[in-house]
Design a protein around this ligand. Structure first.
Ligand code: AMP
Ligand code: MG
Length: 337
């Protein structure tokens, strides 16, 4: 346990401090929304629920980024188009009320501008945000995460996950202090309580080498994966324990903390050509790698964060403790996944 693990002389030390503080504030804001409101606010064209929490968290991060790093682009999941319409106005007012708890005073117009900062295109150096990853988990009382990453020249240099429903980055616990998980390229990944002023402890993947003993992690939402193929993979690897189903990049924190060993994002039969969104993977990918784990797509290729707003050159994701990676890739090839 240490008070603060990252040296001030590190070239990205300001970015690390910014990301830590910003994700903490954004995640705490989402917790307030969850405590005080329920229900989806709007339905996007893809029918996933968008809540006041998504908009408030993105507005907050967008505005704070403009103050701290005004020239850095932000690529983020949401946009304010519907909030700018007359029908969206009541939600904009609610969102603004929440954002004012951190940034007072702020106008609804500035809230929309903060959100729309996330419409930028990826460049040489940019930030990636998922304001509420696992919106369905958020609404269901499951896991969710605020995920922020900094990419420079295609490399994730900083990745932070705010996980209100995880304790010690490793177990679901909705009554606990939550976890703030911070990975810095070359500096490891560390967890500290999201709420309170706890110390940081370093995360390390498991040492498990025998697939039969592996704990598999998968999406809770059946439509985000292929449950039949998941069972097939588990059978080929002779995995004994049932897969742990969990929403959001909280799964990557659990893997990094050694409480899971293998994580599969298989392609849903309903959307076989689905390409992962970069905001669903960037922070989590560095969290896994800095814990000693391994990230690739289902073909074993490294994730390529230079292809736009999606991982257009990758198919699905395989994350592991490293020791089980080749074995899992062999099983995927054998099953022609
Ligand atoms: P998870 O909670 O791990 O299931 O991942 C949540 C993320 O899955 C959401 O943020 C969506 O962006 C993403 N998603 C939506 N549709 C799909 C799909 N068909 N396959 C994989 N992921 C998806
Ligand atoms: Mg997401």
């Amino acid at each position: 346990m240490v008070l603060y693990p990252f040296p001030e002389s590190h070239p990205f030390s300001h970015e690390v401090q910014f990301a830590l503080q910003t994700v903490r504030q954004a995640a705490q804001l989402t917790q307030q929304v969850q405590a005080e409101m329920t229900g989806p606010a709007l339905t996007k064209s893809d029918r996933s629920p968008v809540t006041v929490a998504d908009f408030a968290a993105q507005a907050l991060v967008g505005c704070l980024l403009s103050e701290a790093f005004p020239n850095d682009p932000l690529v983020a999941e949401e946009n304010a188009a519907e909030l700018r319409t007359p029908e969206g106005n009541p939600i904009l007012i609610q969102v603004t009320d929440f954002v004012r708890r951190v940034l007072s005073p702020i106008t609804p117009q500035a809230v929309c501008e903060g959100i729309d900062r996330g419409a930028a295109a990826p460049t040489r150096r940019f930030w990636i945000l998922d304001p509420v990853d696992g919106t369905k988990g958020f609404l269901r009382g499951g896991q969710y995460a605020v995920a922020l990453a900094l990419i420079v020249d295609g490399q994730v240099h900083v990745g932070v996950l705010g996980c209100p429903g995880l304790s010690e980055a490793s177990r679901p616990d909705n009554e606990g202090l939550g976890s703030l998980v911070v990975a810095v390229h070359g500096q490891g990944v560390w967890s500290t309580p999201l709420n309170g002023n706890g110390e940081f402890h370093r995360l390390q993947v498991s040492k498990r080498r025998h697939p039969a003993e592996a704990q598999l992690l998968r999406s809770f939402e059946a439509d985000h994966t292929n449950a039949n193929q998941m069972d097939e993979v588990a059978r080929v690897l002779q995995i004994q324990a049932p897969a742990m189903a969990m929403d959001s990049q909280a799964k990557y924190a659990v893997l990094a903390a050694g409480a899971g060993d293998l994580l599969l994002r298989l392609l849903s039969p309903k959307q076989p050509n689905y390409r992962e969104k970069i905001w669903d993977q960037a922070a989590g990918a560095l969290v896994v790698e800095e814990a000693g784990g391994c990230m690739s797509d289902l073909d074993g290729h490294p994730l390529d964060f230079t292809a736009g707003r999606t991982l257009a050159r990758n198919r699905g994701v395989l994350a592991s403790n490293g020791h089980l990676h080749e074995t899992a890739l062999r099983a995927l090839r054998q099953l022609r996944v």
